[in-house]
Structure formats: C-alpha cells, structure tokens
Design a protein around this ligand. Sequence first.
Ligand SMILES: O=C(O)CCC(=O)C(=O)O
Length: 253
Amino acid sequence: MTITQDQIAAYGRDGQVVVEDVVTRDELELLRKRTEKIATGEVDYPRDGLEYEPTAKGDERSLESLRKINKPGRDPVFAAHSRHAGILDIVETLIGPDVKLFGDQFFIKPPGGIEKTYHQDSPYFSIQPMALVTAWTALDDVTVENGCMYVVPGSQAGGPLDHSEPWMVGDRQDMKIPDSQIDFSAERPVTMKSGDVSFHHSLILHRSGPNNTTRFRRGLAVHYMTARSRWTGDPSDKPDYKLLRGVEHQGCV
Ligand SMILES: O=C(O)CCC(=O)C(=O)O
C-alpha cells in the first residue's frame, strides 16, 4: 500500500495523517467479533488486561462495559492485525524500512464512554528517539459526537511535556498535561470512516472526547518503532521486541 507525497509531508509537518480504506470490511468484522468474545469471556483473556468504564452499569462481562483492552496482541487475532501488510507498508514509509513492534492498546469507548485527556505517548515509553508512530485503526465511523481523537498539529516538535496533573478514571489515578500547556484553539478533530487508519507521532499532543451517542467508537492503536531505537529503561527489563520488517541493528532494541 502506498501513500501520497502530500500525506508524507502532512505527517512530517503535523505529526498526524489519516489514510483512508486501509483495513477491509472482513478484517474489521473479524476484530469486532473477537472483541465481543473477549468481552463476554467466550475467549480467555488475562483479567488484568481488561479495563472497565467507570460509569458502566450492569454486567461487567459485556462489550458495553469495556473501556480498554491492554496489550491485545496477546490474542492471536489482534497479533495478526499488528502485522497488517498495508499498515506496515505505510509505517515503513514514515519511519524507515527496519520496523519493530513496540506494543498495542485497544480503546473501545462504548456508548457513554468517558473522555481521555491530553497526553503524549513517548513519555510513557522507555525508547529513544521519541519518534514512534501509532497506527490507530477505526473499527467504527468516528465523529465528534462519539468521541473522536483531537490532535494539536505540529506539537510533536515541542518535545516531551510533564504529565504532572492527576485525573481520575473511576478509582484509578491517571496523569495528564495541564490545560495551561495546551493551545486548545489549534486542536483538530480526527474524524474517520471505519477501515481508515490515523498515523500519529508519539510526541503529538492528543486527547479524545466522551462518547455521547448510542454507537461504539472502537480504535485499535498499534505502536511501531524503528529497529534503530534504543531502550532507556533498566537493561534487565527490556522486552524482546519483534522485528516486523527489515533488519536488526547491533546495540539497539
Ligand atoms: O482512542 C483514544 O481514545 C485515545 C487514543 C490514544 O491515546 C492513542 O492512540 O495513543
């Protein structure tokens, strides 16, 4: 799969670009069905990987209650998605030919799902340079009303910011970048059709709104890095990152 010179330039300038029709209807349907099975317990999935909406009512074992699946690539259907050939072609164009998988997260945002406040991804990742790319696949049509992402174009150039302000997701504390650091007048909604993929730089400022509709807004985010990246955490904690394209580099991740 190829992208245009304009799309490559938009990613370089803005730190984010949407590519239309990357994932087919059949591929999306497979992911949706698998999610339903994980949510209901029909397919085994580690309980610590399932996060629930703080506002969820009724049966916890339902898709309507699920906020997020952490590291969905532990499941074979999601692992196959992280090797999607069309997505990897685009990732190669954006970060070079030697590509490793950093990780993945699946944001379900069911009807009534809450917002996610402004943050950057790289400050949470022990990887240098801070130049990973996230491929965010829309499993549903994504609108302002059902909680699309917002980005501040170009903000990746400002480097990492402190995530110094606590905010609560139910009884779990998360951190956010203080509103005083964000130019809200510059933010842009990322609306998409199902099957489109949004590619964003790991330092771009981004958030997502609440889902005020009766429709789901499922987004599957896979983070990729160049195989030339370096691990900055404790050496004994370094995961064995999988090479997806190209070659390994000595002394790198
Ligand atoms: O999908 C969302 O609501 C948040 C997405 C996000 O933060 C990410 O993909 O890095």
